[in-house]
Design a protein around this ligand. Sequence first.
Ligand SMILES: Nc1nc2c(c(=O)[nH]1)N[C@H]1C(S)=C(S)[C@@H](COP(=O)(O)O)O[C@H]1N2
Ligand SMILES: [Mo]
Length: 324
Amino acid sequence: MVLIRIPKPWQVIDQPVTAEAAFWGRRKFMKSMIGLGAIAAAAPLTACQASTQGKRDPLAGVQDLNAVANANFREGDRPITGRQLAATYNNFYEFGGTKSIWQNAQALPTNPWTLNVGGLVKNPTTYGLEDLLNFPLEERVYRFRCVEAWAMVVPWIGFPMSRILDAVEPSSDAKYVRFTSYYDSEVTKGPGLRSSFLPWPYTEGLRIEEMANDLAFFAVGAYGQTLPKQHGAPIRMVVPWKYGFKGAKSVVGIEFVAEQPATFWNTINGNEYKFESNVEPDVPHPRWSQATERLVGPGSEFSWEQQPTLLYNGYADYVADLYA
Ligand SMILES: Nc1nc2c(c(=O)[nH]1)N[C@H]1C(S)=C(S)[C@@H](COP(=O)(O)O)O[C@H]1N2
Ligand SMILES: [Mo]
């Protein structure tokens, strides 16, 4: 049975505790929450947090970007999620175990930035922030589906991952790609998570054919501007036919490898978070159904709407061949 409820914004913080973040056992999690004062952090903004410059505005520091709308990637069925809502309802476990981590994430240093691309490639390359913003940028409106069964629609700005493939020329031994997120235990210390028992840094992986797929995208912006930090500035993966956790944020490393790489979630719980993790309505998560999803928003007000989950999140035409 699916329980349909309309949570109030302050109830939404229950989600990660019962879903993705419950991987290591609820008791241990609650203990670490209490130990690190996350119960307090889960309450409405404290005066202390709100008084710091820039921490009041979830869109602090973003800049305009020029991008061409890619007409092949518009969303016909669902409205674009409200920008403010998307920027204040996030998963970024480096900065905490609730959805309300946008203020903590403002501590992420994004300029300068270095993205190293190497491994089994002909031309290892290091990209700085300017290099990333100087790729020809396009806007793509993609569906977004978290494994926790909530969904959004986001107008990303960025470039296809294939541009990186073209630049570095992987060798024929390269079968997989490993993506690594920024990590510094002094900066990324979420109040709700005891970092030490998680396999940081956050890493993800794709088969090289998946990375070469038309849909696979690196976002450097959203909603017409550069990414706010909580969305994974300055560059994050967007693989819309897979669950949201496959889209690593704030990427600092891309490595081409011969064997399937370990990933953050697959290491934590390989039974619940598979390497492939395509959106598949008929394959339930061990603890909940994936047959339906709740569309967050769509406006700035917080509301939920139940919708059926689509195979490959509606992108079967693009990716079904990869899994035939
Ligand atoms: N580095 C890093 N990347 C991450 C995560 C994370 O905790 N750390 N969370 C993932 C999950 S579970 C989801 S649903 C999406 C959320 O993206 P958004 O907050 O921009 O909507 O980011 C993904 N990328
Ligand atoms: Mo997620």
